[in-house]
Write a protein that binds this ligand. Structure first.
Ligand code: ADP
Length: 170
C-alpha cells in the first residue's frame, strides 16, 4: 500500500513584538492549535525605532512561549515571503483588532500574495479582552510607571522596568 506522507502545516506569525503583549500571546495560543508548527518571527522593522533590540524581543517571546511545544521563536531580516519559503511555511498569521488594522493588513497581505502567490495570509480576530491592547499602549503606560501587569507577562513587565527606569530586571 502506498504511504502518503502528510505535509507538515507550518505557519509563521510575523511582527515587531516590541514587546510581546497578552494580545499577541492570545493569537499565538490559538494559532498553535491550528498548525503543526508555529514560528513566531520577530521582524527587524526599519520604519520603527524599537525600544527592545530584536534579540531582546525574541528572548522575551521565548520565555513567554516556552510551555507551548509546537511554537518556536526566530528573528528575520528578509522579506516575509522569502523567509517563509526558506522555512517551507504555507501560512502567515496576522491578528486584527479594528478596521484600521484590517486596512493595513489587507495591503500587506495583497502585496505578499503578489510577491508569492503560494503564501496564504490567515487573519485571526482579536480576543475582545485585548482589542485595545498594543505594544505602544504598553510602552506608554510603562513609561509613566503605570501598572501593566494585566497586559504583559511578568518577565516583560520586569524588562520594561529595567529598560525604562533602569531598575534591575531580576
Ligand atoms: P507589526 O509591527 O508587524 O504590526 P506588532 O508586533 O504590532 O507587529 O503586531 C504583530 C501582529 O499582531 C499584527 O498582526 C497585529 O495586528 C497583531 N496584534 C497586535 N496586538 C494584538 C491584539 N491585542 N489582539 C490581536 N492581534 C494583535
Amino acid at each position: 500500500m502506498e504511504t502518503v506522507e502528510k505535509k507538515e502545516r507550518i505557519a509563521v506569525y510575523p511582527g515587531s513584538f516590541d514587546p510581546v503583549t497578552l494580545g499577541h500571546m492570545d493569537i499565538i495560543h490559538r494559532a498553535a492549535k491550528q498548525y503543526d508548527r508555529l514560528i513566531v518571527a520577530v521582524l527587524n522593522n526599519t520604519s520603527k525605532s524599537p525600544l527592545f533590540t530584536i534579540e531582546e524581543r525574541a528572548d522575551l517571546l521565548r520565555q513567554a512561549t516556552a510551555d507551548i511545544p509546537n511554537v518556536e521563536v526566530d528573528v528575520f531580516r528578509d522579506l516575509l515571503v522569502n523567509y517563509m519559503d526558506q522555512k517551507q511555511a504555507q501560512v502567515a498569521v496576522r491578528g486584527v483588532r479594528s478596521v484600521t488594522d484590517f486596512e493595513y493588513e489587507l495591503q500587506i497581505a495583497t502585496t505578499n500574495r503578489k510577491l508569492n502567490e503560494n503564501v496564504e495570509t490567515i487573519f485571526m480576530m482579536t480576543n475582545p479582552l485585548y482589542s485595545y491592547l498594543s505594544s505602544s499602549v504598553v510602552k506608554e503606560i510603562a513609561r509613566f510607571d503605570g501598572d501593566v501587569s494585566e497586559l504583559v507577562t511578568p518577565e516583560v513587565r520586569l524588562a520594561l522596568k529595567a529598560k525604562l527606569h533602569g531598575e534591575s530586571s531580576q
